[in-house]
Design a protein around this ligand. Sequence first.
Ligand SMILES: [Zn+2]
Length: 223
Amino acid sequence: MRMRMPLSVLTAAGLSLTALGLGTAPATAAPVDAASYAAYDGSPEEAAANRAFFEAVLKSAAEKRAANPTSAAAVTVVYNASRAPSFATQIARSAQIWNGSVSNVRLQAGTSGADFSYYEGNDSRGSYASTDGHGRGYIFLDYRQNQTYDSTRVTAHETGHVLGLPDHYSGPCSELMSGGGPGTSCTNAYPNSAERSRVNQLWANGFAAALDKAEKALQKSSR
Ligand SMILES: [Zn+2]
């Protein structure tokens, strides 16, 4: 059972996820869509959630670029880390790792107009990437799991979902998307070469398609 609640409602009310006990409360009528970091076999629901997350971020970045065209090759994805203050170091490190690993997409910290956000709290599912009820992506970082597993690896792994990578729990420690699969002793927080090229490919081809769609929508609305 998974708790689903539009985060915008919570933030509008000024309540923290922890205060609400989000994750321990019984599920509402919303769909199951979360992928826990430590899970050993990804369910179709988890894969769908990761996919939905990537598409939400892609769409958000494409809409911004359609409105403000630029010739820059790399797509900038803005993240808001202000709701996960305990993980500020790991989030910054994760962005640094990804920015040093791929060339077609760039992660940038910012509070206004963010394409996705990080949240922190306690959740029996562990950490995951998902979307809220409004098609916006977020990453949830679980306290206990981040003490059990290498916290930078957990953060970089979840951020890998933002960039379009699926889970692959059966992979080795050298693979970032193997997540908790290789066990708690694995501290590698870097994507391997296959993961790097996959992300570059997704942000070259996938983004072009999303941008095309966003441009068409923009033209339609300005008519
Ligand atoms: Zn994952």
